[in-house]
Ligand binder design. Structure first.
Ligand code: PNS
Length: 166
């Protein structure tokens, strides 16, 4: 079985992300969840905080073959450095897919050996995104059921604080 890498901003890590991680952990021998700051997006959580959220959730679910890391630069270089031959992405909609398609083709151009596996989001998670969690949390609305339970209070507190300071 191959080693996979699931890269993203994870700002914050949602239950939709966790579902993709769980499913990927059953397909791949080892999965790296790799946190990167997307230069096109402003982050609320530091990279270390996001790595911690992922570690908490993975430990809580007792998933043994998943590690959280952070990286700078190109995904293909991070994939090579951990021995991953496949990148994993979750897709919620045709609009998501358009974006993923371009990214997958770009990664293929950069590294011909790297494959992309796309997992379709479960219907119950289609409305969940990090942006929606931020939007709700910043306005002190409940984020229950949107992020892994183990991270709920810390994520809610940070978003409330971020909302107050804006
Ligand atoms: O969660 P996101 O923000 O949709 O994740 C996007 C991410 C981080 C996976 C993507 O921006 C990425 O891979 N960035 C690293 C830079 C890179 O390798 N670019 C070339 C592929 S487009």
């Amino acid at each position: 079985m191959a080693v996979g890498i699931f890269a993203g901003s994870f700002d914050p890590f949602t239950v939709g992300h966790l579902d993709i991680v769980k499913r990927a952990s059953g397909i791949f021998e080892e999965v790296y969840v790799a946190v990167l700051t997307n230069s096109k997006k402003t982050s609320v959580f530091t990279k270390d905080e996001r790595v911690k959220q992922i570690c908490n959730a993975v430990e809580d679910e007792e998933i043994c073959n998943v590690s959280a890391i952070s990286f700078e630069g190109l995904l293909v270089d991070c994939a090579k450095s951990v021995g991953a031959t496949c990148t994993i992405r979750g897709v919620r909609s045709p609009t998501d897919f358009d974006y993923e398609y371009i990214m997958a083709q770009t990664n293929k151009y950069l590294c011909g050996e790297l494959e992309t596996v796309v997992l379709l989001a479960r219907p119950e998670y289609l409305h969940i995104s990090s942006s929606i969690v931020k939007e709700l949390g910043i306005h002190s609305a409940s984020i229950k059921g949107l992020v892994p339970e183990i991270n709920e209070s810390i994520v809610a507190e940070r978003l409330k604080e971020y909302g107050r300071k804006r």
